[in-house]
Design a binder for this molecule. Structure first.
Ligand code: ADP
Ligand code: SF4
Length: 579
């Protein structure tokens, strides 16, 4: 076994820990060895060679969880693909793009997915874990592996890559001007018209990039990446901020790019969408922030079930200490509790948009999923319930105090997390916020910022907690943790959560009942419910014209292939939601 020692430089905060705490407490340093030193970048640096088991004390003391010490089999540890510096994150093995296929990458955050994608797209030159390495060494390293053909073609300049980054909200910081300008500039394939149609962006072509919503930015980013002339297309989390029908449309579009000369690679945490989009999947596992290993490629269904099980049979590796299980929901706890709030014939006009809510109520002590397209009035409705906006007509039982987490997160970025967040210790532990507290908000990743925003919303004193797309940028495991936290808190406090969500696995796992929004985006929205899950999902899936089944092994929801036996059977019996 070889010991690897890693400092996660993004997390290391020498000021926040009171001044290089690791150097002060390390047993090795105290004995005169330079185990921890100050690196050239001002962050802590660890010297792996002189590191011993005794340093587990130091690992535990670092308040930012920035130090990792792991023992790995010699064979694996001697063959990294890339290491960020001498004591940085290590990536072992690579996913392989395949021509004619959509290859998915599935794994927790900070496990090296983006690093792998950057290497395959030549944004990052892999160093094989050494100080330097050249391309010929790289080619011999991949000899005999599936990646050989890809790297050979890459070295001959036969591969051109195009890349859609994860954080689409950064685009307005890099480009100004109109959508049309951006896309015309990107249009090397001369496919602008078709792409605009497939992704439904015709109406926003003359909008300024800085006026777009997250869902619009996402579609523009997917369009821009796909318009480039390339034979490998990477999409990093293409579903964030899209509603379900947009996700399905985007998936079809992305699938359509793969042909004999074109490979597509996607990183995606929405399992229903990943399942729908990918032909094959690599699982990435290891220790977040320390090292990541890319598994052999597997067929999609098997890969997702394997990922949920936490055990890779072929490699004989248990990469999680528990299985992730879904359950077929028992329809008992429905609508029994008294309403937290109810409404009658509510109408509200905003410019060209009208929202109508006939009669309905939201039960107490529940988590109510809110589903429906973007731009249909979900937030407007919540504002009416909160009394922030007044309805034009109709009545709402009483206005309740609402704590709101918006879809897009905008904290004052210069501040430290601890100065904006006041959470109890249970919430802090559940969402693993301790290591983030002394970090400046501007340094947080998308997923970290999301956890902070969720905690901020749940820690306020309110009657209704409204969370808009809490899953964005969270990995699968974090999504499930967040579901559990929201459910437990509502159960304990007797309060109600309204969660606007587009990830169907998450909606299914989280919600006791559903409110369904229908209508035409930007024109007319109508509110229906709340319904039992079965009734609500049936209604919602009928609108979407899709049917869902449960996977027999993992019980996760899957979209039926249109026209398949199951799809037709379910449609005929009116059970769009599960067998
Ligand atoms: P994922 O895409 O799975 O979330 P990443 O590939 O972004 O994971 O990151 C994996 C690890 O590598 C993280 O711990 C991250 O902090 C680290 N890392 C990423 N980029 C750099 C860099 N330029 N220098 C040092 N460490 C980095
Ligand atoms: Fe402080 Fe941890 Fe960085 Fe060491 S590794 S300087 S303890 S934050």
């Amino acid at each position: 076994m070889k010991r690897i020692a890693v400092i996660d430089k993004e997390k290391c905060n020498p000021v926040g820990c009171g001044g290089y705490l690791c150097i002060r407490v390390s047993p090795g340093n105290r004995m005169g060895n330079e185990v921890f030193v100050v690196g050239a970048d001002g962050k802590a640096q660890v010297n792996e060679d002189v590191c011993t088991d005794a340093e587990s004390v130091t690992v535990k003391k670092c308040p930012f969880n920035a130090i990792h010490m792991v023992k790995l089999p010699d064979k694996l540890a001697s063959q990294p693909v890339h290491r960020y510096g001498r004591d940085g994150f290590i990536l072992y093995r690579l996913p392989t793009p395949m021509f004619g296929s959509v290859v998915g990458i599935l794994g927790v955050n900070a496990i090296g997915k983006s690093t792998a994608v950057k290497i395959l797209s030549r944004v990052l030159s892999p160093n094989l874990g050494k100080d330097k390495s050249d391309f010929s060494e790289l080619l011999s390293y991949f000899k005999g592996s599936e990646a050989q053909l890809f790297f050979e073609r890459l070295s001959k300049g036969q591969i051109a890559v195009s890349y859609k980054p994860q954080s689409v909200e950064l685009i307005p910081k890099q480009f100004s001007g109109k959508v049309r300008d951006l896309l015309e500039r990107a249009d090397e394939r001369k496919q602008l018209k078709d792409v605009v149609k497939s992704l439904d962006i015709g109406e926003i072509m003359d909008s300024g990039i800085n006026q777009l919503s997250g869902g619009e930015l996402q579609r523009v980013a997917i369009a821009a990446a796909s318009l480039k002339k390339a034979n490998v297309y990477f999409f990093d989390e293409p579903s964030s901020f899209l509603d379900i029908s947009q996700r399905i449309k985007a998936s079809r579009f992305i699938r359509g790019l793969a042909d004999g000369n074109t490979a597509v690679v996607v990183v995606e945490h929405d399992l229903v969408i990943l399942d729908y989009m990918a032909d094959q999947i690599h699982i990435m596992y290891g220790e977040a922030g320390a090292y990541g290993i890319c598994s052999q490629v597997k067929a999609t269904r098997n890969a997702i079930n394997t990922y949920l099980s936490g055990y890779l049979k072929e490699e004989n590796v248990k990469f999680r200490d528990h299985e992730i299980k879904f359950s077929a929901r028992a329809p008992e706890k429905l609508m029994k509790s008294e309403p937290a709030i109810s409404w009658e014939n509510v109408k509200k006009k905003l410019g060209n948009f009208t929202l109508v809510a006939e009669s309905g109520e939201i039960p107490r002590k529940q988590v109510v999923g809110i589903v429906g397209p973007n731009g249909i009035g979900k937030t407007t409705f919540a504002k009416l319930l909160a009394g922030v906006e007044k309805a034009d007509s109709g009545s709402i039982s009483s206005s309740v105090k609402v704590s709101y987490k918006p879809q897009y997160l905008d904290f004052e970025s210069g501040q430290l997390v601890e100065s904006v967040l006041d959470v109890d210790s249970i919430l802090s532990r559940q969402l693993n916020l301790g290591p983030l507290m002394k970090a400046p908000i501007s340094t947080l990743s998308g997923g970290e910022l999301q956890r902070v925003a969720i905690a901020d919303c749940l820690s306020k004193n309110a009657d209704l907690y409204l969370l808009d797309e809490p899953s964005a940028y969270l990995d699968v495991e974090q999504r499930l943790v967040v579901s559990k936290v929201i459910r437990e808190r509502m159960e304990l406090s007797g309060k109600t959560a309204l969660v606007i969500e587009h990830d169907l696995v998450f909606v299914d796992y989280l919600s006791d009942s559903l409110i369904v929004f229908e209508g035409t985006p930007a024109r007319l929205g109508s509110v229906h419910g709340s319904f039992s899950m079965e009734e609500g999902m049936n209604r919602f899936l009928t609108n979407l014209k899709i049917t869902l089944r449960r996977d027999p092994d993992s019980l996760r929801p899957r979209i039926n292939k249109p026209g398949s036996r199951l799809d037709e059977e379910q449609r005929r019996s009116g059970r769009m939601y599960y067998q």
